[in-house]
Design a protein around this ligand. Structure first.
Ligand SMILES: *Cc1c(COP(=O)(O)O)cnc(C)c1O
Length: 375
């Protein structure tokens, strides 16, 4: 794509879903038409659950209609009430999933190197009401899983990860999605592995998986018995079929993303005031995000650079600004006080996520780098 091909009206977006050739999807549709099974845990659903468990190297995967309902259901399945320690530097669904369960989020500050919640602050946030820890692997960068694990076992608390960004990420050679008692994955259209809308829970215990499955299906224990206030969180056959096809492409897509990330890193290496947040050394990422910080040494502020790129037809995103703790329904919580969250506030003012997706051309990346070099 040439620089003339995108404009403020037809911009390069921060991400773009990768779609396989339509012809490759048609045989899956023919199978669904032949079976007339459209949902309720049909053959495509079963195949995708086992294919994902194998790909991720985990014992159980429970598919959902989206990641948010998956997280709401995970909290419900574990019977979480009271308070949960979490991060303000995330997509709003993390805190909303707590609120939908009547649970109060307690925010702790982040480590500015990873944008993940600081494990050393968790203990100070634990009270008699605390029932769980809900960290987020922001951009697919691993949380301090060992530190969090140690605190959780000391206090007898479950750890539920919002692992929406972690698809295909490994940490010390194993899937990052495997960390915690339960991890939520999102297969939204903007994620590296997508089923249009969709999500999943990674679960390690068969009993917990069947509890989750009942809650996902209105609370039905069998044909006539309803033993819990469940919800409808099911993934349809058409989504599951698309997931099976996408799964065959995801390694290639991740490799392509990682090559683009390397091009950005090389191009931006010498730019004063701009720093990239690198994937931590012990892990291999999925290249879904390319976050930079626009610091005080850069000739313009983050929002000015955002505007400058926007005028050139480049849509970046300020993930995650504003902080969840600044949103009207959370702002008045004592833990949302900006004085307690200095790192999160500083990073939220400086962060900028650059476009990255498998089909992004090297020419466009070169152009973005040039604009950042000389705004
Ligand atoms: C995408 C995302 C979600 C929500 O997932 P949906 O599948 O869109 O419901 C939750 N948390 C984080 C961090 C996300 O990026």
């Amino acid at each position: 794509m040439n620089p003339e091909d995108y404009t403020a009206d037809r911009p390069i977006t921060v991400t773009q879903p990768s779609l396989p050739p339509l012809a490759e999807f048609l045989p899956y549709l023919e199978q669904i038409w032949a079976s007339r099974i459209l949902t309720n845990g049909g053959p495509m659903h079963q195949r995708l659950e086992s294919a994902l468990a194998e790909y991720l190297g985990v014992s159980h995967v429970a598919l959902f209609c989206n990641g948010t309902i998956a997280l709401v259901t995970a909290l419900k399945a574990l019977g979480i009430q009271g308070e949960v320690v979490t991060t303000p530097f995330t997509f709003v669904a993390t805190a909303h999933a707590l609120q939908w369960n009547g649970v109060r989020p307690v925010f702790v500050d982040i480590d500015p190197r990873t944008c993940n919640m600081r494990a050393d602050l968790i203990e100070g946030a634990i009270t008699g009401e605390t029932r769980a820890i809900l960290p987020v692997h922001c951009y697919g960068y691993p949380c301090d899983v060992d530190g969090i694990d140690a605190i959780a076992s000391r206090h007898g608390l479950p750890v539920i990860y919002d692992a929406a960004h972690t698809f295909g990420v490994t940490h010390r050679g194993v899937s990052l999605s495997a960390a915690g008692d339960i991890a939520m994955l999102s297969f939204h259209a903007t994620k590296v592995f997508s089923t249009f809308e969709g999500g999943a829970l990674v679960i390690h215990d068969a009993g917990l998986k069947s509890r989750v499955e009942r809650l996902r299906n209105f609370g039905f224990a069998d044909e006539t018995v309803v033993d819990a206030v469940g919800i409808n969180g099911k993934m349809s056959e058409i989504q599951a079929a698309f997931g099976l096809l996408q799964l065959s492409k995801v390694r290639e897509n991740i490799e392509r993303n990682l090559r683009i990330a390397a091009q950005y890193s090389q191009g931006l290496a010498g730019v004063r005031g701009v720093s990239h947040l690198p994937q931590p050394a012990e892990s291999v990422g999925n290249g879904s995000y390319y976050p930079i910080r626009v610091g005080p040494d850069y000739p313009m502020r983050r929002d000015q650079l955002y505007e400058r790129l926007r005028q050139a037809g480049i849509r970046t995103r300020r993930y995650f600004y504003p902080l969840v703790s600044e949103m009207p329904m959370y702002r008045s919580l004592p833990s949302a006080d900006p004085a307690r969250l200095p790192n999160a506030h500083r990073v939220a003012e400086e962060i900028l996520c650059l476009p990255i997706y498998p089909a992004l051309s090297t020419d466009v990346v070169t152009r973005i780098v040039e604009i950042i070099q000389s705004p």
